[in-house]
Design a protein around this ligand. Structure first.
Ligand code: FAD
Length: 510
């Protein structure tokens, strides 16, 4: 029955994704046997790109309650209180875990942690590493440990295609390894830690691996999804034509960098009392409007950071210099970019999804911590907190269940990787950026859905990153059409206000 697969792997759990969430879950699953699938080389998702830092109430005078209050403040009334409490209460202990795993957060000469401040945080509570290379440092430490861990088998360059479901339970998944090899992974527990959906948009900070595969895979299996219309657009990516766009971390504005238009006017002063430190969606839309009227946006750190730039923001400094900009003495051209997905696969406080045997963690999951908008630097924390909780829950489920042989009959070969169809993907990304982006309208969303259908017809009928992107795009555009109000990351020009009625989630596969 499984003869047509080139290889059958079996494990107690299979984890899809080698970002902070997947690596944390895989490590914490010890001593269970784990197969860890990752699309490219290990750590190919957003995690190593994270710059600003990781938020946790570790500073003097700070508290989980204060962190929770800030998280709820920006979430537009759609956060789940208990999930926010878990995130903020467990945050400090997970920071200790990361340090024990070898993550070197920046410290002062006296050994105390250096804490930064970012938009929406009332106090300085952002830990960072190597200035602005926090994600790379976390990723480095977790990868070293995962590669050395005897219980984890890393299968890189493998594309998880579809869940195998039998009698209402996950029994494993199918995958395509190095483009050709058809692999069946048999496991009673599957963890989707596939990251977000940034690549659906023409302008994004997200790397190529982040194509919404977990979302699409779950949708095909009838798994419940929530809040998918809420996409966070970062206000400031470096506008020099790169893909992905280099992020100009929020911490720059936290340090006092200001936004200027082409006439040198600090336009955020007229938009929001917190000016550049207003919630991300407000700053992003203000920047978009300047660009839409043909203007230019600059992020100016010459006064606020100046000569400290190379030391405080080495990653951004390096990226700017590669593009011929010296941010110590000149402003950086900036533009908004798709950055983070608040919604996703609906989970409970232990990462359980609506499908028994399936867990989700990290950006792929909708745990309820972010609501309609994410507080800066809460996502690395979410990956560590909920990655660990998923592992605890799987281990608490008792001895690994045996997968029934009949389940394997349900496994369908993923087929060889279809030829890349860059035209379809580029068109899709343009449609999403233009019509399902920062500013949405009924007509635009309807047109986007028609265009998505047209692009779908052009695709080869095999699961691929491109077909997953089309599936995810359709789900996001449909939910955005349904939500006839504005809230958090979702802004409808035709319904610019929030309404009490809509203080409820859009649920897919309810
Ligand atoms: C430029 C940038 C800066 C950021 N800065 C910050 C910050 O300062 N603080 C903060 O908290 N957050 C930040 N974020 C957000 C944060 O980095 C991400 O939300 C977080 O790292 C996501 O982690 P993850 O483990 O869920 O997924 P990712 O790290 O994105 O990893 C996803 C993994 O899933 C794998 N995968 C996907 N599909 C498949 C498939 N079909 N088969 C096999 N494998 C698959 C990928 O290969 C990858 O290994 C930033 C994001 C970006 C892009």
């Amino acid at each position: 029955m499984t003869a047509s697969f080139d290889r059958v792997l079996s494990a107690d759990a299979v984890v899809v994704g080698s970002g902070v969430a997947g690596l944390t879950a895989a490590l914490e699953l010890a001593p269970l046997r784990v197969v860890l699938l990752t699309k490219g080389p290990i750590a190919d998702g957003s995690t190593p790109y994270a710059q600003g830092g990781i938020a946790a109430a570790v500073g003097e005078g700070d508290s989980p309650a204060a962190h929770a209050a800030d998280t709820l403040d920006v979430g537009g009334g759609l956060n789940d209180g208990p999930a926010v409490d878990v995130l903020t209460a467990e945050g400090p202990d997970r920071i200790t875990d990361l340090m024990q795993r070898g993550v070197g957060f920046d410290r002062r000469d006296d050994g105390s942690l250096v804490l930064g401040r970012e938009a929406g945080h009332d106090v300085r509570r952002i830990l960072h590493a190597d200035g602005d290379a926090t994600g790379a440092e976390i990723s480095r430490a977790l990868v070293v440990e995962a590669l050395a861990a005897g219980h984890i088998e890393v299968v890189d360059h493998s594309f998880a295609a579809d869940l195998v479901v039998d009698a209402g339970r996950v029994a494993g998944l199918t995958a395509r390894v190095r483009g050709e090899e058809q692999v069946l992974v048999v496991a009673p527990a599957v963890v989707l830690a596939t990251g977000g959906i940034g690549r659906l948009y023409a302008n994004t900070t997200n790397p190529p691996a982040v194509t919404g595969d977990g979302l699409a895979m779950s949708a095909r299996a009838g798994v419940r999804l929530r809040d998918v219309e809420f996409v966070q657009f970062h206000p400031t990516a470096l506008a020099t034509g790169r893909d992905p766009m280099s992020l100009l971390t929020e911490a720059l504005r936290g340090e006092g960098a200001v936004l200027l238009d082409e006439q040198g006017r600090r336009f955020m002063l007229e938009v929001h009392p917190d000016a550049e430190l207003a919630p991300r969606d407000i700053v992003a839309r203000a920047n978009w409007r300047v660009l839409q009227r043909g203007g230019t946006v600059y992020l100016d750190a010459t006064e606020a950071v100046g000569d400290r730039f190379p030391e405080r923001f080495p990653t951004v400094y390096h990226l700017c210099r590669e593009d011929g900009i010296d941010p110590r003495v000149e402003p950086m051209p900036a533009a908004p970019a798709a950055h983070y997905h608040m919604g996703g696969i609906a989970t409970d406080l232990f990462g359980r999804t609506s499908l028994p045997g399936l867990w989700a963690a990290g950006e792929a999951a909708r745990t309820g911590v972010h609501g309609a908008n994410r507080l800066a630097s809460n996502s690395l924390l979410e990956g560590t907190v909920f990655g660990r909780r998923v592992a605890i829950d799987i281990k608490a489920s008792g001895p690994p269940a045996q997968v029934d042989a009949t389940a394997l009959r349900a496994a369908v070969l993923p087929g060889a990787e279809p030829a890349p169809q860059p035209d379809v993907v580029e068109d899709l990304r343009d449609v999403m950026w233009d019509k399902v982006g920062l500013i949405r309208r009924h007509e635009g969303l309807m047109a986007a859905l028609e265009e998505i259908d047209r692009l779908d017809e052009k695709l080869e009928p095999r699961v691929s990153a491109a077909s997953n992107m089309v599936t995810a795009a359709r789900i996001i555009a449909s939910a955005a059409l349904l939500r006839t109000e504005s809230r958090g990351g979702h802004f409808r020009e035709d319904f610019p206000e929030s309404t009490p009625w809509w203080q409820r989630p859009v649920v897919v596969n309810p």
